[in-house]
Design a protein around this ligand. Sequence first.
Ligand code: APR
Length: 201
Amino acid sequence: MPPGTIWRIGVEAMDPSRNRKTFLSERVSVLVGDITEQDVDAIVNAANSTLLGGGGVDGAIHSRGGREIRQACEEIRRTRFPKGLPAGEAVITAAGRLPARYVIHTVGPICRPGREPDGRMLALCYRNSLALAAERELRSIAFPAISTGAFGYPPEQAAPVVSETIQSFLSQKTSLERVLLVFYEPSDMTLFLKNQRFTAP
Ligand code: APR
């Protein structure tokens, strides 16, 4: 099967050459990879409210993107969010040394053990990040699995929220043509695919 051939399986299509599945007439791609390596208009950072870096996605973006990102975040803290970026909100900065043009920083909901995860807040992270990209007429955006790492959001419960939020956003007129969902581990991608709720466009 030549690279780039798309298999259609129901609503999803599998491109075996690139281990990526697509949905919504190939506007959404689900793949395994490193968010910092995505060559798109904007990548989304799973930040915390300080905007001053951390581990996981946040650590990788700041360490590979360089000081320019940190300086832009410090400026945002100083001028707009002196008390920190509230959960669900999204802000945009330059991307420093990363292949992407911009970084959209959003703060996901923290999920405490035994507590119901806050799906509304998680949906806000994705919707506000998409809206910020569309406001800038961007055409492509890549998301990591926000809140499903250190913030403890159960990935199998995140998948329906994420897929429904993205599908609803893309059903309206927007500059966005490509949305990538980038998973660090193949097992995370498999779990997402099992629980996603994309429907045929
Ligand atoms: N590329 C893509 N995905 C990644 C990468 C990467 N380079 N690094 C980690 N991930 C995955 C994790 O495996 C997890 O599935 O991203 C998902 C989100 O994990 P976190 O980065 O821990 O983000 P989150 O759960 O939102 O927690 C945010 O952690 O790093 C700190 O400063 C950050 O306090 C904030 C909190």
